[in-house]
Design a protein around this ligand. Structure first.
Ligand SMILES: *Cc1c(COP(=O)(O)O)cnc(C)c1O
Length: 269
């Protein structure tokens, strides 16, 4: 179905974002991203207060994270648990800095997430839910959680297939330390904006369906979708959280294949 928007992806920018090396760089980049969020909200007739920007600091050194903090960031997204835990440990002096783990989790690392994270966006198995619940109980903590959905159909992507989401969510009341907020996805990594948009539409449609049948205590309000190359399209389709790394911190030295095994080969620019 045609949409009223013709927003392109920014995936051709990939790898080209200049490195932010001063507080002023971070302030400028944050303001520029926020201005693009506001503009996308205006196009979509949405209140900009309904979209949260989650800056993603993965692969960046502690010094960069401290600059981001000085520029006002109080919640940072990290994809790998070990790396995030190391940064948290090194930055204990910043006691109002919070951490969102946005990448796949193995059960043997649940212990670390339970200790330091305030949010986990990549829940896609009951084994991980169980491991987190047990460790959170032991720590006397709770965790905001997003259920990750594979909306692109790529075998390499983590997340539940959409058809399994309803059954999965019925099980979640068994884990009271997990405060379920909504859904998260990574769209197809493609310069074809219309195909990227379909991933976001799929996530929103699924959220709307799941809302009807979500058990008591399981919230299905949030949609975490969109990153540097596609967050404006995601906002046009209902994103409530956008996860933006490179447009704030600068390009990563690590190739994306390190995070998402087949994506670079599927890029169609
Ligand atoms: C790295 C990452 C992002 C941010 O990607 P950028 O291209 O740096 O904006 C978003 N979501 C997840 C899950 C990531 O791992």
């Amino acid at each position: 179905m045609p949409t009223p928007f013709e927003t392109p992806t920014g995936h051709d920018q990939h790898g080209l974002y200049p490195e932010a090396t001063t507080v002023e760089d971070f302030q400028r980049n944050l303001a520029a991203v926020q201005a693009r969020i506001d503009a996308a909200c205006r196009r979509a007739g949405r209140d900009k207060a309904t979209v949260r920007l989650l800056p993603v600091s993965k692969t960046k050194p502690e010094a960069s994270l401290r600059l981001a903090y000085a520029a006002g960031c109080r919640l940072l997204g990290e994809n790998k648990v070990q790396e995030a835990f190391g940064k948290w440990t090194a930055m204990q002096d910043l006691d109002d800095l919070q951490w969102s783990v946005i990448g796949h989790l193995q059960t043997n690392k649940a212990k670390l997430v339970a200790r330091f994270a305030s949010e986990f966006q990549a829940l896609d198995s009951l084994r991980v839910a169980e491991a987190l619940e047990r460790r959170l109980q032991a720590e006397g903590r709770s965790l905001d959680v997003f259920v990750q959905i594979n909306t692109s159909g790529e075998a390499s992507k983590y997340g539940l297939v959409p058809e399994d989401a309803q059954r999965f969510i019925q099980e979640l009341p068994a884990f009271p330390a997990l405060r379920v907020r909504g859904l998260m996805t990574l769209a197809l990594f493609s310069a074809e904006a219309e195909r990227v948009r379909q991933c976001f539409i799929l996530l929103r449609t699924l959220r709307d369906q799941l809302r009807q049948s979500a058990p008591a205590g399981i919230e299905m309000d949030e949609l975490s979708m969109g990153m540097s190359g596609d967050f404006e399209i995601a906002i046009e389709e209902g994103a409530t959280v956008v996860r933006v790394g490179q447009a704030i911190f600068g390009a990563r030295a690590m190739p994306d294949s390190y995070y998402w095994p087949t994506e670079t080969t599927q890029m169609q620019l």
